[in-house]
Design a protein around this ligand. Structure first.
Ligand code: T46
Length: 140
């Protein structure tokens, strides 16, 4: 996996008759204190979102309905695509990882837990600036 990313296999309580429940607790299944949650839906299949990195933010992405592909990249690493196609599969993304969300299926809902309140100054939206900052960050 691209550094600062990993797949989280989320446990579930399944019942043939009543369906499935997934429970997530901060600092347990979600590996940080959760300060914010948001969700993305209604994205046309040919549209992409993201195209940025974060300086400090940690997040867990879960596609709770449908599927979406997350393309992850950073300097010196091959781009990696992670298909989120199950409500029991999470993707942890730490600081300094460039991400693009693409290939949203019809009805896809992407739920995200974040370690910090919204702060636009934590975003790196310019790819050239990202490469400069990421090289410094990973050399430490
Ligand atoms: C990320 C990927 C996975 C807020 O006001 N509060 C929020 O908590 C968020 C997440 C966004 N916004 C505003 C900022 C923009 O005006 O919502 C608008 C759309 O945000 P953005 O274009 O950054 O959305 P995405 O889908 O490109 O990226 C989002 C998150 O912003 C980002 O942190 O990692 O999902």
């Amino acid at each position: 996996m691209v550094p600062n990313t990993r797949i989280l296999e989320l446990g579930s309580f399944s019942d043939e008759q009543y369906g499935t429940l997934v429970a997530l607790e901060a600092t347990k299944e979600i590996p940080f204190e959760v300060r914010r949650a948001y969700y993305i839906y209604g994205v046309p299949e040919n549209e992409t979102r993201g195209h940025h990195s974060h300086n400090k933010l940690e997040q867990v992405l879960i596609c709770v309905s449908g599927s979406v592909t997350i393309a992850l990249s950073m300097p010196g690493e091959n781009e990696e695509e992670v298909l989120l196609d199950s409500p029991t599969k999470g993707l942890y993304i730490g600081p300094m990882v460039w991400r693009v969300m693409k290939g949203f299926s019809e009805g896809a809902v992407l739920l995200v837990f974040a370690s910090e309140y919204f702060d636009e100054s934590d975003y790196i939206r310019d790819k050239d600036m990202y490469f400069i900052k990421a090289k410094e960050y990973f050399q430490k």
